[in-house]
Design a protein around this ligand. Structure first.
Ligand SMILES: [Zn+2]
Ligand SMILES: [Zn+2]
Length: 284
């Protein structure tokens, strides 16, 4: 039986490229009429999809918000893993500039293996199953009978091509912030959405994180300029009048001393709706 409801599954909720800890790197799954749409491919996304009960060979759509490695490191390997699991149908991947180059470079790096398995194991040519679609502007990214996906450029310096996505489905509208500082463009995209998944930065936790690094000053500057503080997340959710706010892409994402209450207290100063502190494999 096809599940007509749009289901959100948080696959990985830790911001940043470091691996380890209780949360996996960023990735989100939308299941729309039973079809999986994967948004961002942080390291570990294939495993997390399996844990969420999604057979990899059913992979159909991939969307990348931007080209930081915590969002694309397992993009190529996910497609490969789907193929190794028996992928037969086309996969469409949507992302900003360099998506095609990264795709080609990944296939080239695996050429020996892919060529061998086509002949030796009778598999279809993986390179022909994947269609890439680069976009570089706000507006409609793709549309089919089940969903309309639009994008808005957000503020994630020094990366220019960083986008948020809005998925308008028959039963729900879901917005994913991507990585961004406070962004009026995101507020506009998210107007009235049923669910806003927003990245979040905890300033107190950041200071603890920086004590562990040796390039603290530069890193602090980058993180504060390119991510959204708890208080600003509240401002965005309130201004966009979303019905539900889900926090994910936590920075820092591996500090257990930051409680759920600490993540939400400054958000609540501005936003009075429902707030969910996301966890890996949470279904919404
Ligand atoms: Zn990120
Ligand atoms: Zn980023």
């Amino acid at each position: 039986m096809i599940d007509a409801r749009t289901e959100i599954v948080l696959l990985g909720t830790k911001g940043g490229p470091r691996v380890g800890g209780a949360r996996k790197n960023p990735a989100t799954l939308l299941k729309i009429n039973g079809v999986p749409y994967v948004i961002d491919c942080g390291y570990g996304v294939s495993d997390q999809l399996l844990k969420a009960g999604v057979p990899l060979q059913t992979l159909r759509y991939i969307f990348l918000t931007h080209m930081h490695s915590d969002h694309n490191l397992e993009y190529g390997p996910l497609i490969y893993n789907a193929w190794a699991s028996g992928l037969k149908q086309r996969v469409d991947a949507y992302g900003p500039s360099t998506l095609e180059r990264q795709t080609g470079a990944f296939f080239e790096s695996m050429r020996f293996d892919i060529d061998i398995r086509i002949g030796d194991e009778g598999r279809p040519d993986l390179r022909r199953l994947l269609a890439t679609h680069e976009f570089d502007a706000d507006g409609l990214v793709m549309e089919n009978a089940d969903v309309r996906v639009s994008a808005a450029r957000v503020r994630h310096p020094p990366i220019k091509d960083a986008f948020a996505f809005r998925f308008d489905c028959a039963d729900r509208s879901v917005v994913i912030s991507g990585d961004t500082n406070y962004s009026p463009e995101l507020i506009e995209l998210a107007q009235g959405a049923d669910v806003l998944l927003h990245e979040v930065l905890h300033l107190g936790g950041l200071e603890t994180l920086l004590k562990r690094t040796n390039n603290a000053a530069t890193l602090r500057e980058h993180i504060v300029a390119s991510h959204t503080t708890t208080e600003d997340v509240g401002r965005v959710a309130a201004a966009a009048r979303v019905k539900k706010l889900v926090l994910h892409h936590f920075v820092p994402g591996d500090d257990p001393s930051i409680s759920d209450q600490m993540w939400t207290e400054d958000v609540r100063k501005h936003y009075r709706g429902e707030i969910v502190v996301g966890r890996d494999l949470m279904v919404l």
